[in-house]
Design a protein around this ligand. Structure first.
Ligand code: FES
Ligand SMILES: [Fe+2]
Length: 377
């Protein structure tokens, strides 16, 4: 085992044994070691369920969108049968990518030699290539991966025999069902790459300690640090809640199924490895990310709205989201320089309501990667 992996392994075992009150931050190798990132890709990103976006992105039959999960180029299609599928986006001819952007049509057409596939991945045409032994158009299909929809999101798993997604988030679903996130509409979507580690981004999304200091002129007015509560984590998710100040003007109290307390509480949750939701009854955000090495993360994020909103209020919510993301970026990218320092050392975490989810993420990773790390010894 390399020195970096040994440090990570020791820290993950300590995290699994630690209480929230006694928890420490992880060593820098957890965020910077390339061997560890490779293990994460193999054991988390290629094996767990991942959010690849919202159903609204491909709301109509015949629409598709590309997405890359780990090293697998995918195209998510909305079939004429109404079914959403996750197909390999790799042409069965010479392997170039078929869809490079969102689109709509009857066929997915490979740009190279115009092989054409339908929305189920079935090859329909291979111009000028005769059928022969070992090849028929009918017998040629794009590989299809496991795909489920949940709360308006599309989840994909590259592992064919993975356990179904929905039961893994049943406890979380019971908690958030009254908000009816599946009825919210997508008002803003963003795809970007940041120069930071994917877990730093999740740590940040999932802790309320920084809300009042870092976001003091913006988000902290809605969700101040002092109103954070830690939620008891599940096996496949963890989260915290944060209240809205009582005198805060809100456009709507959300779905009528929400109690007053639910309307006044935002739930932040990470679902499996890289999908975060920030759920408010009036509007919500989401984040789905993929590592591109230890110090780079590609992500999709968006803002969802419940019910009718005046355009000016939508614009303000989107501006606040953008401001929040920029403020987060301003600390998460320089953090990689901090982790590269010979003098970085772990420090104590704030109490569970504020930074409990940082330990929860380390434990989640420890449960998934412990055996693989031990096997490198
Ligand atoms: S590579 Fe797709 S048609 Fe040739
Ligand atoms: Fe933030």
């Amino acid at each position: 085992m390399t020195d970096g992996l040994a440090k990570v392994n020791t820290a993950l075992k300590a995290a699994l044994d630690s209480s929230h009150d006694a928890a420490w931050t992880m060593p820098s190798a957890f965020y910077t070691d390339p061997d560890f990132t490779r293990l994460e890709v193999e054991h988390l990103f290629k094996k767990e369920w991942h959010c690849v976006g919202r159903i609204e992105e491909i709301a109509e039959k015949g629409q598709w969108m590309p997405y890359r999960l780990a090293n697998e180029p995918l195209v998510i299609t909305h079939g004429t049968d109404g079914k959403i599928r996750a197909l390999s986006n790799v042409c069965r001819h010479r392997g170039t990518l078929i869809a490079t952007e969102k689109g709509k049509g009857r066929r997915l057409l490979c740009p190279y030699h115009h092989w054409a596939y339908d929305m189920t991945g079935q090859l329909k045409a291979a111009p000028k290539i005769e059928e022969r032994d070992g090849f028929t158009v009918k017998g040629c299909k794009l590989p299809e991966f496991r795909c489920e929809t949940w709360m308006g999101f599309i989840y994909v798993n590259l592992e064919q025999d993975a356990a179904p997604f929905a039961p893994s988030v049943a406890e979380l679903e019971a908690k958030i069902a009254p908000y009816h996130m599946e009825e919210m509409w997508l008002g803003y979507i963003l795809e970007e790459t940041w120069e930071t580690n994917w877990k730093s981004m999740i740590d940040n999304y999932m802790e309320g300690y920084h809300l009042s200091p870092l976001h003091k002129t913006g988000l902290a007015n809605l969700n101040p640090t002092d109103m954070c509560e830690h939620l008891t984590p599940g096996e496949h998710w963890f989260g915290y809640s944060v209240g809205f100040p009582e005198d805060l003007p809100r456009v709507t109290s959300g779905h009528p199924d929400c109690t007053k307390e639910q309307s006044n509480t935002c739930i932040m949750a990470m679902v499996q490895a890289g999908s975060g939701i920030g759920l408010g009854a009036d509007y919500s955000s989401f984040l789905c990310l993929q590592p591109e090495g230890p110090d780079k993360v590609r992500y999709k994020a968006g803002v969802l709205f419940w019910g009718e909103w005046p355009q000016s209020a939508v614009d303000r919510a989107i501006e606040l989201f953008q401001q929040t993301m920029e403020e987060d970026r301003s600390v998460l990218e320089p953090m990689m320089l901090g982790y590269a320092s010979d003098h970085h050392a772990p420090g104590p975490l704030a109490p569970a309501p504020l930074e409990g989810n940082i330990l929860d993420l380390a434990r989640y990773v420890g449960r998934r990667l412990g055996p693989a790390l031990d096997a490198t010894a």
